[in-house]
Design a protein around this ligand. Sequence first.
Ligand code: RIB
Length: 301
Amino acid sequence: MRRNNPGRSMAIWNLGSINIDHVYRLESLPRPGETLASRSYSVGLGGKGANQSVAAARAGARTHHLGAMGAGDDWVLQRLNDSGIDMAHVARLPDEATGHAIILLEAQGENAIVIHPGANRAVDEGALLRTLSALGPDDTLLLQNETNGQVAAAQAAQARGARVVYSAAPFDLDAVRAVLPHVSILAMNAGESQQVLAGISGPLPVQGLLITRGAEGAEYRDLTTSQTYVQAAFRVTPVDTTGAGDTFAGYFSAALDEGRDIAVALRLAAAAAALKVTRPGAGDAIPTRAEVEAFLADQPI
Ligand code: RIB
C-alpha cells in the first residue's frame, strides 16, 4: 500500500535501456530479400528506458536512471543529464557496446526496429539491488523489457511498497509472466494486450492495465475497482511514431508520482505522446511539460 511520507520526496527510478538510434527514412519498409536506399539517415537518443526517463524528467518528476552503457558515447550520458535525469547509477562497461537500434521509418511515420542490447543486458544485479534498497513507498520503479534484472528489481521495489510500472515491450510473454507478480501497473499497446490476455489465464495480479492504441487513444483499467478510464487521442499529423509509447508511459507515471488522478494522468500523457509524434526522433523529440501544457490549453476540454 502506498502512502505519502512528508519526510521523503517521491521519485521515479527507471531500470531502463539506453540506445543510440540509427534512423533510416524510407518510402516504405523493405520486404524480405529487398534492398532499399534510404532517403536520409540520422543518429539520436533512444532506448525504451532512456525515452521513459526523458519523458518523466521533462514532465517534472525527480528521475533516476539505472542501467549500463559502453565506455564511450559520452554525448548520450551528457544529453540525458541535460534532460535533468540523475545518471549516477548508470555503469560504464568497457567490454560492452552501448545498446543501439536500427530504425527503419516509412513515409507515414510507422517503423520497424532492430536492437542490439549490448550493455543494457549486462547490468550488475548486485549493484542494482543495493541502489534499490533506497526506495520507499512513495517511489515508482519503471521497467521495460530491454535490460536484464527486471524480476529482481521489481521484487525489490515491491518489497519496499513502491509502485512498479512495467512496459511489456519489446513483447515477450515469458518475460511478462516472470515479472507480473511484482508489478502494480502493466503498460502495453493494443497488440501486446491481446497477447497478454490470450496467453495468461485467470485474473492478472496487478492493480491496473495501461493500454495505448496510437491514434485510437488509450485506456486505463483499474482492476481493483473494475473502472475503465478512456482517453481519446489528440489529432495530429504524425511524422515519426518512434518513442510515442515510451513518452506516454513516462508522462503517465510522472503524473501519478505527482499525485494526479488517472484521468488527468491519461490526458497529460496523451498530449505528450501526440506532440512527440509530430517530431522526428525518439528521446530528443519528447516535449517538455510547458510544451504539453501549452498544447492542452489549445484543446477543447
Ligand atoms: O520505443 C522506441 C525505442 O525502441 C527506440 O528509441 C529504440 O531505441 C528501441 O529501444
